[in-house]
Design a protein around this ligand. Structure first.
Ligand SMILES: [Zn+2]
Length: 87
């Protein structure tokens, strides 16, 4: 389950995610350090940041779904790199 030969870009993980993975992915989305996953639709400027669930990514505004993530997104974000980190 480590290397996926179908992935054109390194290591990926696929849903269903574990609770720990969901937490890590949502931390990544809020970190502000890297570009987060967003919905392909525009939603008139609404927040298009995808939300990780055990079944995969969901858009808060539509039925957009995504079932994979970069394994690197599971790595804890170094605190020194967080721009919006809690004090
Ligand atoms: Zn959407």
């Amino acid at each position: 389950m480590s290397d996926d030969p179908r992935a054109p870009f390194g290591d990926i993980i696929e849903a269903p995610f574990s609770s720990e993975q969901v937490d890590a992915l949502n931390r990544y989305q809020r970190s502000g350090v890297f570009h987060e996953f967003t919905c392909a639709e525009h939603h008139d400027g609404a927040d298009r940041t995808l939300v990780a669930t055990r079944q995969g990514w969901i858009c808060p505004h539509c039925d957009y779904r995504q079932s994979w993530a970069h394994r690197a997104m599971l790595d804890p974000v170094p605190y020194s790199l967080t721009k919006r980190g809690h004090p």
